[in-house]
Design a protein around this ligand. Structure first.
Ligand code: HEM
Length: 260
């Protein structure tokens, strides 16, 4: 065992910048409201996991472009495992008493999760690109630049179709994509890596939908039908986002699948 009393070249706390990390939570309420620390930590934790998910999705696009299917699946597996954690993490916020939240909620105005740059990056990189979102980031040059770049870059969905094309599948029209996915769904053992890949992409889509649903339920539990700090109708607005899908053709192909 190293003698840690002797000033090691690198320590755990230095490597992970723990001192800086635990200094990054700065509540706005005065006197400090007990629950504001949890509120800040949970959001910061989400942003860290979003960073890692983006890292894995960007890597997946790179591996798809190189035709390295095993590596794609490895990164998608990591991304979807993290997403399952962030869906269940909402339970922690549900322990916050409604009245405790109201103690500091006004201080946040008009900030909102709606402005989470990395959540929007995650949507864009996955294939759900809505140009109107860019307008909301015009006040934030850094976020606007990142989102515009992602908006213009090929998404995970684009890279997947390109990979299928390079493997000899037709992907030109929507019907071609449906029948290509149908071919893979119908013959898992003939296309093992592509079968796992489309399944992991569906998993990714499903996880983000589950997050949206868990988030809106938590919001309703916390605020009822109050308006959001971002100015939307709150839970009413969030319910309109529940049907967003990154890979609609992967879902639709299930409808057409028959025994051959
Ligand atoms: C007490 C906790 C929370 C409440 C009451 C809450 C409330 C809301 C509301 C009302 C909206 C709609 C926009 C608005 O008008 O503000 C929203 C959007 C959003 N929130 Fe939360 N939220 C909470 C926690 C979180 C957490 C922990 C995250 C994690 C990052 C998060 C991420 C988001 C995102 C990404 C959106 C945009 C969703 C979309 O437009 O599709 N929220 N939130």
């Amino acid at each position: 065992m190293h003698n840690y009393g002797e000033n090691p070249a690198l320590s755990y706390n230095q490597y992970l910048k723990v001192r800086e990390l635990i200094d990054l939570q700065q509540p706005l309420s005065e006197p400090e409201s007990h629950d504001e620390l949890l509120f800040i930590i949970i959001h910061q934790t989400y942003e860290l996991w979003f960073k890692q998910v983006l890292h894995e999705l960007d890597a997946s696009i790179g591996w798809m472009n190189e035709g390295r299917k095993f590596r794609v699946n490895h990164s998608l597996k990591a991304a979807t495992a993290i997403e399952k954690v962030i869906v269940s993490q909402i339970h922690i916020l549900e322990t916050m008493a409604q009245i405790g939240f109201l103690e500091f909620r006004d201080k946040l105005n008009p900030a909102s999760g709606f402005q989470s740059m990395q959540f929007r990056e995650l949507e864009f990189v996955s294939g759900a690109k809505d140009e109107r979102i860019l307008k909301f980031f015009e006040f934030d040059e850094y976020a606007h630049e990142r989102l515009t770049r992602r908006f213009n870059e090929p998404s995970l969905a684009d890279a997947f179709w390109k990979l299928l094309e390079s493997e000899g599948f037709s992907v030109g029209e929507s019907e071609d994509r449906l029948s290509s996915v149908g071919e893979i769904l119908g013959h898992p053992e003939k296309y093992p890596e592509l079968f796992v890949m489309q399944d992991l992409l569906i998993d990714h889509d499903e996880n983000i939908s589950l997050w949206r649903y868990h988030h809106v339920l938590m919001v309703e539990r916390m605020l009822g039908m109050k308006k959001g700090t971002g100015g939307s109708d709150g839970a009413g607005y969030l319910r309109t986002t529940l049907d967003k899908k990154f890979f609609p053709e992967l879902w639709e192909a299930r409808t057409h699948l028959e025994l051959s």
